[in-house]
Design a protein around this ligand. Structure first.
Ligand SMILES: Cc1cc2nc3c(=O)[nH]c(=O)nc-3n(C[C@H](O)[C@H](O)[C@H](O)COP(=O)(O)OP(=O)(O)OC[C@H]3O[C@@H](n4cnc5c(N)ncnc54)[C@H](O)[C@@H]3O)c2cc1C
Length: 380
């Protein structure tokens, strides 16, 4: 068993950390606004929008583990976790289903623009009545000559208000259960598509989210991802990518937060002593480190298993998603405690880390759903 990274991998990580710090410096106040087209193009140039897409379609051609390590570098260096999330959702929930399941024509048509920063994509699965349980989708697609007619509304589409295309899922056969849904690529300018206003939300402020409505929206047959009826497995597969690789951004965030906490408790003095000299303070930092390192190892293993195509990877990705998200949230709360009143103020980015960590226990399947998967994989 080998726990070290090669020199080449270490070099790629360091280079990316430096490039991201340079492109998105800390202290640039962004008034909580969404990313701009210039931000997106910068990400495209750095290769962050196509890490795991094969190079013949403009991507980086990396496996899951190497992609995750790059997302980790991005999360560590970028003070705007919403931007890390926006790019990762675009890549893992939109570009990867097209890469893994789409036909050659679909890949050539959309992937290069998605990788180079020209096109923003949003994954549109959730509906008002279909959150954790996506088995019955109210959005329907009815077969018509040459394609499908989509009707209904999706909710909580990350990147939705800014997106140029949606990867969406609709019921095509209500009696076929898991095999009754179909995945589609729908460009934003298709007649019958309306993107809603950005939601007002707690965190991940650089990533706008909103609803997307389809009304008598004709989508040609060639925009089906995979084959009709394959939407359920395609979506589950995309969640596998998210749970394994997107959460590496939170490992990077936890690294950054821990560095800030260590520096703060060494420097800040109370009762004539550095905070670090109080055992309850240093114990809290030790617990943060434990959560971070155990989550990191689970994430690396989940990604490695994904690269090996191992069948037990559903268990590993659920364990990894649980450990990273719950660890990120617990560490962010601890960071606020360690910084005291200063942690509650905006300046150091500590309260932003908390607001950005809360949704990680909800999206890509809530913590309860991950526990259901773990229990199921254990035969319970
Ligand atoms: C920041 C953010 C970004 C998002 N981005 C996207 C996106 O890009 N695309 C998209 O399609 N969706 C997106 N979502 C939506 C997300 O996928 C859903 O919010 C999530 O799946 C949970 O669904 P829900 O909100 O309807 O909660 P519900 O399903 O109503 O769950 C509410 C509570 O009940 C619990 N619960 C539900 N079922 C069970 C069960 N079987 N066992 C135990 N507990 C259960 C849940 O764990 C949760 O605590 C995003 C959400 C957030 C917060």
């Amino acid at each position: 068993m080998e726990f070290g990274w090669s020199n080449e991998e270490c070099g790629r990580y360091d280079k990316l950390v430096a490039a991201v710090r340079d492109a998105f410096p800390s202290g640039v106040v962004r008034e909580g606004g969404p990313f701009t087209p210039e931000d997106w193009q910068r990400l495209g140039k750095m290769g962050l929008l196509g890490l795991s897409v094969p190079d013949r379609y403009g991507g980086g051609g990396l496996g899951a583990l190497e992609s995750a390590r790059s997302v980790e570098a991005f999360g560590r260096a970028c003070p705007y976790t919403g931007l890390v999330f926006a790019a990762s959702a675009h890549l893992f929930a939109c570009a990867m289903p097209i890469t893994d399941w789409g036909g050659e024509e679909l890949k050539r048509r959309f992937l290069p623009a998605m990788c180079d920063g020209e096109l923003v994509a949003g994954n549109a699965m959730t509906e008002a009545q279909a959150g954790s349980d996506v088995s019955r989708l109210a959005v329907t697609a009815t077969q018509v000559p040459g394609g499908w007619m989509l009707d209904g509304e999706k909710s909580f589409v990350s990147n939705g208000p800014n997106a140029g295309l949606y990867v969406t899922y609709a019921t095509t056969d209500p009696d076929a259960g898991h095999w009754g849904k179909t995945a589609f690529v729908v460009p934003r300018d298709t007649p019958g598509v309306t993107a809603g206003e950005p939601f007002e939300k707690m965190g991940l402020l650089q990533c706008p989210a909103g609803s997307v409505r389809f009304e008598n929206c004709f989508v040609p047959a060639e925009n089906v991802i995979g084959v009709p009826g394959q939407g359920g497995p395609i979506f589950q597969d995309s969640m596998g990518w998210e749970r394994a690789c997107l959460f590496a951004g939170y490992v990077g965030l936890a690294d950054r937060l821990l560095d800030q906490c260590v520096a703060h408790v060494r420097e800040r003095r109370q009762f004539d002593r550095p905070l670090a000299s109080f055992e309850s303070v240093s114990d809290r930092v030790a617990d943060m480190k434990l959560r971070l390192e155990s989550a990191r190892l689970l994430l690396y293993r989940a990604c490695w298993e994904k690269d090996q195509g191992l069948s037990r990877s559903a268990l590993s990705t659920a364990l990894s998603k649980l450990a990273v998200s719950e660890g990120a949230l617990a560490n962010a709360v601890d960071a606020v405690r360690l910084f005291g009143g200063r942690g509650y103020l905006r300046a150091d980015g500590i309260e932003a880390a908390l607001r950005d960590s809360v949704p990680s226990v909800i999206f890509s399947g809530t913590s309860d759903i991950q526990r259901r998967i773990v229990a199921r994989e254990l035969g319970l």
